[in-house]
Design a binder for this molecule. Sequence first.
Ligand SMILES: *[C@@H]1O[C@H](CO)[C@@H](O)[C@H](O)[C@H]1NC(C)=O
Ligand SMILES: *[C@@H]1O[C@H](CO)[C@@H](O)[C@H](O)[C@H]1NC(C)=O
Length: 207
Amino acid sequence: SNIILITALFLLICSPQLFAIFAFATCGGYSGGLRLSVDCVNKTESNLSIDIAFAYPFRLHQVTFEVPTCEGKERQKLALIGDSSSSAEFFVTVAVFAFLYSLAATVVYIFFQNKYRENNRGPLIDFIVTVVFSFLWLVGSSAWAKGLSDVKVATDPKEVLLLMSACKQPSNKCMAVHSPVMSSLNTSVVSIFHLCFTVHIFVCQSK
Ligand SMILES: *[C@@H]1O[C@H](CO)[C@@H](O)[C@H](O)[C@H]1NC(C)=O
Ligand SMILES: *[C@@H]1O[C@H](CO)[C@@H](O)[C@H](O)[C@H]1NC(C)=O
């Protein structure tokens, strides 16, 4: 019937599960790193591959590392700046629950159609839950967009080099060897997911 067709289309085109998994895989499963080099005037004090690794949930202030001071054997202890864990965790949590909900809703659409249509309660509940999820998703994704831009700044090798005392001496050569790969954290997926929720609402109303 119509609802099965629409559900099938919905799953094919939009599959919120897919996007929720994607959100989890990209944000929740993220780990990345950057590499710097500090080439001191006195070469024996240099470190040409300082690796700094970080991962979800992006409590960057807990990511510590040691760099040469270029003044004897002494090292400078540093940490990255910031903490984006609350927005990252909220984003992933909403994605996981949206995934579980849409999975359950799909099962109900397909196997319990009569119950779903009874008194129109199914569509109403579905509509309300979907609106709530849409709202949470909007809040979560905009919070995470802010969190992500903080992460990008805090893990930019140029910014990290500014923290090092050795790099304030022009005679020491400080360089970024590589930057963290951020493409998989792109939030463009967010707007697509949101579109899918809108379609979900439309499906709920159209019956
Ligand atoms: C350079 O820094 C890394 C950490 O990023 C450390 O593991 C390594 O031992 C350091 N190398 C030297 C020569 O100090
Ligand atoms: C270079 O550093 C090493 C180890 O810190 C030190 O023993 C040596 O005297 C330094 N050389 C110069 C020219 O400063």
